[in-house]
Design a protein around this ligand. Structure first.
Ligand code: FAD
Length: 620
């Protein structure tokens, strides 16, 4: 608010200064005094711009300063725990997981499938042991802090009935004829790329962090730089194997009798059934990614335009040869960004004389976002990155969050000496932070994604700049498909008639504006109410037909939650497949704060009585 009013006042200062300068320019020829003064015009103009600049610089000073508390000091010196505790344990865990993957790789697909079938039977048996009148609602036995998401997972703090899915971590098959990989839900991205890339294959959408799991990316949220072609991670799934509340095992595809369930699973957070395996689309890939880094400059709207033009053809022109295989843009500040576009390239092409190969995966290499930033100094450049290293380019530095956790870990000496220990496991970072630190992060830090229609990216960037001042920002486009039924997230009605850049008759182009970092006011030691900022961000999304992935912290009440997401198909499937009374509903699973079983069940009951959300009601 303060910023806004100050911004407005500096705008008026500028306008009046420019106006009076121009009036001098217009009238000076007739008046010698004015002519003399008029000759100082350039200086006057520079002075006015300088005043405005200074005013802008001073704007933040208007915000009141925040008093430091003990958690500030703890967070400042958190790196000590990270270096001596978190990093060594993380490294050990990564290594053990790797050994587990290797062991799993030694087994034949037949053997893995046999073990899988036995494990599914155990899950069914366990579900049937539950006594609904005595036991709590069903949850997986996964410890809350292990998930990569930032949500509190408070629902696991109340009485619940655990089902252990820890054995489901095998790739069951890579079918090169059907071009499908069958995976159990705990298969992670690092594991799948290790298995597929040597075969010149990859999942159509590979989320970047090694630790992200197939189950989480389907039931929660998954996106990558290829999502402008293939949609979200869940859009690339061909079939789900689900254990329903009653213990029935079903295979849901888009055209069998469980097609409603097939479309309802994404974003349902495991509240319709337990995912046992998924068949996911594979695509052919080459050994290298030819990546072009292009700097963009201007105001935030210019930056948004540069991003949109970097990859989006005109309406329906999706087969355009110029459409890249991979797209991402990083906005470093309100005036500068770097747009990256990638095309798969063979090793013969990459190794041609004159081409630059950059193996970004080595532990001593500069962090990827900082490397990309060099395009602002040296101008546009092209290089070839080994495909697997490209997929996981943000893993070592956790995008730019690594800079906050270990402020000096991007320095050359740290990278060479200890870079091989990076990254700290997000799960361990969460495990080593108490309630106070967790709350501190909610108030003074932002990890949110804004999924907005492509043409609204300029507005979204302006909003973030005004309200949060978080930089860098991550921009990643994704298709939002027009499906045979309305799912929790859906394109704007009638978008296909608008014929906007990036859209096709069957999908609207969206963008994930990733807002991850400490906001400007917090850096300046000023008051910043993170919860309120998130609340306003969510309202902005609702007004602009945007969505927020539920792995992040949400401040929405139930009514508003169902204004953002469509409840129709979801509620229909919860009733039809017996999930009500067995699995917690998605809002309660995402809701911040402790919730009792009674609270959840009363809400469930109320929801059954008024089954559909008041989606079309106007905003408060
Ligand atoms: C630092 C950071 C970086 C990130 N980077 C990326 C990124 O590069 N790309 C991206 O797409 N996302 C990214 N995310 C967000 C991430 O997509 C979400 O956290 C996502 O939900 C996957 O996390 P997970 O694998 O830990 O799943 P979880 O959080 O464990 O699961 C997500 C949901 O799915 C449910 N679920 C999981 N398995 C099953 C199952 N077998 N049956 C039923 N329900 C199940 C869980 O109960 C939960 O509700 C990032 C998040 C952070 C904090």
């Amino acid at each position: 608010m303060l910023n806004e009013s100050f911004g407005r006042s500096s705008y008026f200062t500028c306008c009046s200064a420019v106006k009076s300068s121009l009036s001098f320019l217009l009238f000076s020829p007739q008046d010698p005094t004015r002519l003399i003064i008029g000759s100082f015009l350039p200086f006057r103009f520079i002075l006015s711009v300088w005043i405005v600049k200074m005013a802008d610089l001073e704007a933040p000073l208007v915000r009141p300063k925040r008093k430091k508390v003990w958690v500030d000091y703890f967070v400042q010196f958190r790196w000590i725990i990270v270096i001596f505790v978190v990093l060594p344990i993380s490294f050990t865990l990564y290594f053990l997981t790797y050994l587990g993957d290797v062991r799993s790789g030694w087994k034949s697909y037949k053997q893995r499938q046999k073990e899988h079938d036995e494990n599914v039977k155990k899950v069914v048996k366990r579900l049937k042991e539950r006594n609904p009148s005595k036991d709590g609602l069903v949850c997986t036995a996964r410890k809350p802090w292990i998930a990569v998401g930032m949500r509190n997972v408070d629902y696991k703090r109340v009485r619940h009935f655990e089902v252990d899915l820890s054995a489901f971590r095998n790739i069951l098959e890579i079918d090169q004829e059907r071009m499908v990989a069958k995976c159990e839900p705990l298969v992670n991205m690092g594991q799948i790329t290790r298995a597929t890339v040597p075969l010149n294959l990859a999942l159509a959408v590979v989320a970047e962090l090694d630790d992200l799991t197939v189950g989480g990316l389907i039931n929660g949220y998954g996106i990558e730089g290829s999502s402008h072609l293939y949609g979200l991670f869940s859009d690339t799934v061909v079939a789900y194997e689900i254990v329903l509340a009653g213990g029935q095992v079903v295979r849901a595809t888009k055209d069998n009798e469980y097609s409603d369930l097939f479309y309802a699973i994404p974003w349902s957070q495991g509240t319709l059934g337990l995912l046992m395996s998924a068949e996911i689309k594979l695509i052919p890939v080459k050994e290298y990614m030819k990546l072009t880094y292009k700097p963009v400059r201007g105001n935030v709207r210019d930056l948004a335009k540069g991003y949109i033009d970097s990859f989006a053809p005109g309406f329906g022109d999706e087969d355009n040869e110029m459409v890249p295989d991979f797209v991402e843009t990083m906005i470093y500040n309100p005036h500068e960004g770097v747009c990256m576009t990638g095309k798969y390239a063979s090793k013969e092409e990459a190794k041609k004389k004159g081409n630059k190969i950059n193996s970004v995966g080595w532990w001593f290499k500069p962090w990827f976002y900082q490397h990309a930033q060099t395009a602002l100094k040296k101008g546009e450049f092209v290089e070839y990155i080994p495909t697997r290293e490209y997929y996981h380019r943000h893993t070592r530095c956790l995008y730019w969050e690594g800079k906050l956790i270990l402020p000096f870990a991007d320095q050359w000496w740290f990278r060479f000496l200890l870079g091989w220990l990076m990254p700290p496991k997000v799960s361990l970072l969460k495990a080593t932070q108490g309630e106070a630190i967790r709350n501190y992060y909610h108030e003074n830090h932002v990890i949110q994604d804004m999924l907005v229609p492509l043409y609204k990216v300029p507005d979204a960037l302006e909003w973030v700049d005004r309200e949060m001042e978080v930089y860098p920002l991550w921009l990643c486009p994704h298709r939002m498909y027009k499906l045979p039924c309305k799912t929790m997230i859906y394109p704007e009605p009638g978008f296909e008639h608008e014929r906007r850049q990036g859209d096709t008759p069957y999908a609207q182009m969206y963008t994930d504006v990733g807002v991850y970092y400490t906001p400007g006011p917090v850096f300046r030691g000023e008051v910043f109410d993170g919860c309120d900022a998130v609340r306003r961000l969510e309202s902005w999304l609702i007004e602009n037909h945007g969505f927020q992935p539920q792995y992040a912290v949400s401040e929405l009440d139930e009514k508003k939650f169902w204004r953002m997401f469509d409840a129709g198909l979801y509620e229909q499937c919860r009733n039809k497949y017996g999930a009500v009374g067995t699995f917690m509903s998605v809002y309660y699973k995402c809701k911040k704060g402790r919730k009792t079983e009674k609270e959840v069940q009363e809400a469930e009951k109320a929801q059954l009585e008024t089954p559909y959300a008041e989606v079309d009601q106007p905003m408060d």
